[in-house]
Write a protein that binds this ligand. Structure first.
Ligand code: NDP
Length: 267
């Protein structure tokens, strides 16, 4: 059909950063679609709680604590998921971090850290999962990018470089595996109601002295819809991209941003 075989009856999904926010919502959506799901992040208590919730949906689940900036730990984690749950054929590269700094005096350490979690991590996890997908002739790689994969903004040079890089990785692999039954796509959310956005609100409050509601308004003003995206809205797109029906969607960017990256004059 799409250059490979069809989706196996029971498919294992691996969701990085699956302990909270978008990753947690994506893990739940994939479990609701009937997939077994492994969730990984550094916070063991978060991923264990999600894994327990996944099990109540009637699928197998696994929580593996890992620091995705550690290449050896990534290889071990994918090995463990493959042995204990099965080789992941659906990979959601969701774990990420967004720290800001103006470019004058930008710490090199921050640059390295942002690229490590937002770009090199997805590269290494994809590399570790690829052999099973290629052998099976079926796979789904879903990268959680950002509006920052598409446009530039102030004070987030390292995050933006990482997320643009993730888009480049997405497109290159989509081309490389187009005839191997594997699709590779990027979801580009605007501001989502998660801990990451809470931190952005706190940051604006600290820098500008604004109250929480004013700081939040400054963020929602960036969306034509004047609201945050919900994690479930992003998860719905992940679920679609993971499905057999999405076999011809490849190398795509799907913005889930209320129109922020597409509509002019939102101010
Ligand atoms: P959260 O901060 O709520 O979640 C981030 C997840 O990534 C957590 O589970 C965190 O777990 C994990 N993570 C971070 N660093 C590491 C690490 N070194 N090793 C393993 N896991 C790690 O953020 P969101 O849910 O909002 O973000 C998810 C993705 O969506 C990110 O890639 C983000 O860039 C992207 N995004 C978010 C937007 C937003 O407005 N919230 C907008 C656009 C894109 P732990 O810290 O325990 O390791």
């Amino acid at each position: 059909m799409n250059g490979g075989t069809s989706m196996p009856a029971r498919t294992v999904a691996l969701v990085t950063g699956g302990g909270r926010g978008i990753g947690r919502a994506a893990a739940l959506a994939l479990a609701e679609a009937g997939h077994d799901v492994a969730v990984v992040s550094r916070s063991a208590h978060e991923i264990e709680a999600v894994a327990e919730q996944l099990a109540t949906l009637g699928v197998s689940s696994l929580a593996v604590p890992v620091d995705l900036t550690d290449p050896d730990a990534i290889a071990e984690m994918v090995k463990r998921v493959s042995v204990e749950l099965g080789p992941p054929l659906i990979l959601v590269n969701n774990a990420g971090a967004a720290e800001s700094h103006k470019f004058e005096g930008h710490p090199d350490e921050l640059w390295e850290r942002m690229l490590a979690i937002n770009l090199t991590g997805p590269y290494l996890v994809t590399k570790a999962c690829a052999p099973a997908m290629l052998a099976r002739g079926w796979g789904r790689v879903i990268n959680i990018g950002s509006v920052a994969s598409l446009t530039g903004n102030r004070y987030i040079a390292a995050y933006t470089a990482g997320k643009h890089g993730l888009l480049g990785l997405t497109r290159a692999l989509a081309a490389e595996w187009a005839q191997r039954g594997i699709t590779v796509n990027l979801v580009a959310p605007g501001y989502v109601a998660t801990a990451m956005t809470d931190a952005s609100v706190a940051n604006i409050m600290q820098r500008t002295g604004r109250m929480a509601d004013e700081a939040l308004s400054a963020i929602t003003a960036m969306s034509p819809q004047r609201r945050l995206v919900s994690p479930e809205e992003v998860a719905a797109v992940v679920r679609l991209l993971a499905s057999e029906a999405a076999g011809s969607i490849n190398g795509a960017v799907i913005a889930v941003d209320g129109g922020a990256s597409a509509i002019a004059g939102t101010g």
